[in-house]
Design a protein around this ligand. Structure first.
Ligand SMILES: *[C@@H]1O[C@H](CO)[C@@H](O)[C@H](O)[C@H]1NC(C)=O
Ligand SMILES: *[C@@H]1O[C@H](CO)[C@@H](O)[C@H](O)[C@H]1NC(C)=O
Ligand SMILES: *[C@@H]1O[C@H](CO)[C@@H](O)[C@H](O)[C@H]1NC(C)=O
Ligand SMILES: *[C@@H]1O[C@H](CO)[C@@H](O)[C@H](O)[C@H]1NC(C)=O
Length: 310
């Protein structure tokens, strides 16, 4: 029994090896497996067929609706270094199937191939664009439905996160505008992403994920270093200014000496005993303060010089 299975396997392996040699068409068909279309609007579709490592020497594409006798030649090829890699087609692809016909050479082999494609199975609209607005205590997440097929054909996958929490919702909508209300937590930043998916009842396909749309202040833990800088720098500058003013006030009289007024001189002469005591007091105190201020400033100065770097 085991032997029989092994023999069959061998036969299949050998057959697989020889098929491309016996019938070149098999190999060509395999190359066209890369044929892909995306219906991105109700009237336009992009198709491509050439992976990066293949060459198409002289390939022509024709297309037509079932029942039509006239074949339309592709008039808008996409190319890469002169090689036809795809075609941009215009037509009512949401309503009709399409026949494709290729002829020419692909990887040096002659191609003659006709096949039928059902475009509603290759729907790929542009990614939706999310808008976030604040209303009362809610955030309204909204986006326009794809400009393709009936609204009932679409379902949306909404992913959003707030602070550390991630949520995913499936949303179905009949109205022209899709809007979702979520309670707004002011402490959190919201990150929102949406994808439009074409329903099975209408066909198949989906858009890419939209760009991430942000709303709200950044979570504090994420940005604590910036917050620290935002507090430390003004605090250090403030401290410096206070110290500077303090020293300035103490030495104001030295820097801008007062011109003695005649009335004061007269007073001096009248009660010289009292004045002398206070003069001694005034002279003595600032000398000590001067030393104190210098020490504090010297400590603080290098720290302040380093601040503007980041
Ligand atoms: C379709 O092809 C055209 C031409 O190459 C290109 O400008 C357009 O972006 C393509 N659209 C999609 C959805 O791929
Ligand atoms: C192209 O690359 C694919 C995968 O990398 C490989 O399977 C295929 O044989 C290559 N085709 C040619 C014509 O080189
Ligand atoms: C390719 O096919 C088109 C449409 O059927 C036909 O008009 C054309 O003559 C064919 N060209 C070649 C080289 O077979
Ligand atoms: C959306 O959410 C689902 C479920 O949590 C997750 O599996 C998926 O990776 C998310 N997609 C994106 C693009 O964040």
């Amino acid at each position: 029994m085991d032997n029989m299975i092994l023999k069959h396997m061998e036969f299949i392996l050998v057959l697989q090896y020889f098929i491309p040699l016996i019938t070149p068409e098999v190999a060509v068909e395999k190359e066209l497996e890369n044929f892909q279309c995306s219906l991105y609007s109700s009237k336009a579709m992009n198709c491509s067929w050439l992976p990066a490592n293949q060459t198409a020497d002289d390939l022509q594409l024709y297309y037509w609706y079932p029942g039509e006798s006239h074949k339309t030649a592709c008039s808008d090829y996409k190319d890469r270094a002169g090689e036809k890699t795809g075609c941009c087609l215009r037509g009512d692809f949401l309503e009709h199937d399409v026949y494709f016909h290729f002829n020419g050479t692909l990887n040096g082999l002659s191609v003659q191939k006709t096949f039928r494609v059902c475009p509603v199975h290759y729907v790929k609209p542009p990614a939706p664009r999310v808008k976030i607005t604040e209303e009362g205590k809610d955030l309204i997440l909204s986006w326009d439905p794809p400009d393709l097929a009936a609204h009932r054909c679409w379902v949306y996958i909404l992913n959003y996160s707030k602070c550390q929490e991630s949520l995913s919702k499936e949303i179905q909508y009949e109205y022209d505008n899709v809007a979702v209300y979520v309670p707004y937590d002011l402490r959190c930043q919201y990150r929102v992403q949406v994808k439009a998916v074409y329903k099975k009842s209408c066909g198949a396909g989906a858009s890419d994920w939209s760009d991430v749309e942000l709303y709200g202040v950044e979570d504090l833990h994420v940005d604590w270093s910036m917050t620290v800088f935002a507090i430390l720098i003004p605090a250090a500058v403030g401290l410096f200014i206070i110290l500077f003013l303090c020293c300035f006030m103490k030495h104001r009289e030295k820097l801008f000496p007062k011109i003695p007024q005649p009335s004061l001189i007269l007073k001096d002469m009248l009660n010289s005993n009292k004045e002398r005591k206070s003069t001694i007091g005034n002279l003595y105190v600032p000398v000590e303060e001067e030393v104190e201020c210098k020490v504090i400033l010297d400590k603080d100065l290098p720290l302040l010089m380093m601040q503007p770097d980041p």
